[in-house]
Design a protein around this ligand. Structure first.
Ligand SMILES: CCCCCCC/C=C/C(=O)SCCNC(=O)CCNC(=O)[C@H](O)C(C)(C)COP(=O)(O)OP(=O)(O)OC[C@H]1O[C@@H](n2cnc3c(N)ncnc32)[C@H](O)[C@@H]1OP(=O)(O)O
Ligand SMILES: NC(=O)C1=CN([C@@H]2O[C@H](COP(=O)(O)OP(=O)(O)OC[C@H]3O[C@@H](n4cnc5c(N)ncnc54)[C@H](OP(=O)(O)O)[C@@H]3O)[C@@H](O)[C@H]2O)C=CC1
Length: 260
């Protein structure tokens, strides 16, 4: 897909993308790298992360991979400490790591609910907090973009994820308030169904039914998410904070979420 941005837009900037070893996160990292940024990709699966890092470097991108489990505060602190020890300052944080499983609310165990909230809400908060402290230490501004998912009409079949992601949208607004005096802009992007390998875990018939109900009848592309994220991180979005951008083929209007 054509890149609409200037190729040196993020020269001199460093962008940290959680879950950057696969799917949407890797597309986001590749896009920032193509636009001149150094990128740090962080996730749990080291093998996949290294392979992703190599693919970025082969494309001429300055890429570093580091391990993190965003659900674990010590792991998050360790990630930031490693970056600081290496003299790497982060300008943009993209909280992309996340996920869930499909299950009717009546069947969800307390632990199953908690694990999805832990990953998507608590994990995102821990990363945001560590990043804000890092910005304070550097005495420099920053930018956070939280990837959520289209939950505006509720998320039947994924109550835990809907609650967690709506929590992240509210967190986005609150942190935009609290950290405006630090020069940190905080925004979110809410994708609908985006064509990545992670969709293999969902029923293809249900997926197609959802797409048929959209205003734009196709899946979104990871590159489309990546360009929206780049826009929100760019100076062109310098007056935007506390928002959530729906990138979903109109799903937030049509309520096309299938019974998952
Ligand atoms: C119809 C299609 C709609 C498509 C919409 C598409 C929109 C969204 C797309 C995406 O988000 S793409 C997704 C990207 N990746 C993922 O979703 C995978 C992420 N999953 C995970 O990381 C983990 O599975 C998890 C959800 C965080 C859970 O990990 P954890 O290590 O905490 O799990 P466990 O310790 O194994 O289990 C904890 C608890 O949860 C229950 N559980 C786990 N998986 C399932 C499952 N598939 N079904 C039911 N229950 C599950 C598990 O049983 C444990 O509960 P207890 O048994 O202890 O009560
Ligand atoms: N594809 C879609 O249709 C949509 C996806 N989304 C969201 O976009 C994001 C990316 O999705 P997508 O690329 O499709 O799926 P992926 O499964 O490829 O991406 C999820 C990423 O999160 C990382 N991750 C998961 N748990 C943790 C953890 N505890 N700590 C650190 N990293 C973690 C995974 O890496 P690892 O396992 O190595 O840790 C993986 O790289 C997710 O938050 C997803 O829910 C939102 C709407 C739609």
């Amino acid at each position: 897909m054509e890149n609409i941005f200037r190729s040196d837009l993020f020269a001199g900037k460093t962008v940290l993308v959680t879950g950057g070893g696969s799917g949407i996160g890797l597309a986001i990292a590749r896009n920032f790298g193509t636009l001149g940024a150094r990128v740090v990709i962080a996730a749990r699966d080291q093998e996949r992360l290294i392979e992703a890092g190599q693919s970025l470097r082969e494309a001429g991108i300055d890429a570093i991979e580091l391990a993190v489990n965003i659900r674990d505060n010590d792991s998050v602190a360790d990630l930031i400490e490693q970056l600081e020890l290496q003299g790497i300052g982060i300008d943009v944080l993209v909280n992309n790591a996340g996920g869930q499983f499909a299950a009717p609310a009546l069947d969800l165990s307390a632990n199953g609910f908690r694990s999805v909230v832990d990953l998507n809400l608590t994990g995102t908060f821990l990363m945001c907090q560590a990043f804000a402290r890092h910005c304070m230490n550097r005495k420099l501004p920053g930018c956070i973009i939280n990837i959520v998912l289209c939950q505006a009409n509720g998320l039947p079949g994924m109550a835990h994820a809907g609650a967690a992601r709506e929590g992240v949208v509210n967190l986005t607004r609150t942190l935009a308030w609290e950290w405006s005096n630090l020069g940190i802009r905080v925004n979110a992007v809410a994708p609908g169904t985006i064509k990545t390998e992670a969709l293999d875990q969902y029923d293809p018939v249900a997926l197609q039914e959802g797409i048929d109900k959209l205003l734009i009848k196709r899946m979104g592309l990871p590159e489309e998410v990546a360009q929206s994220v780049a826009y929100l991180a760019s100076p062109a979005a310098g007056f935007i904070t506390g928002t959530c951008l729906a990138l979903d083929g109109g799903e937030h209007l049509t309520g096309a979420s299938p019974q998952r």
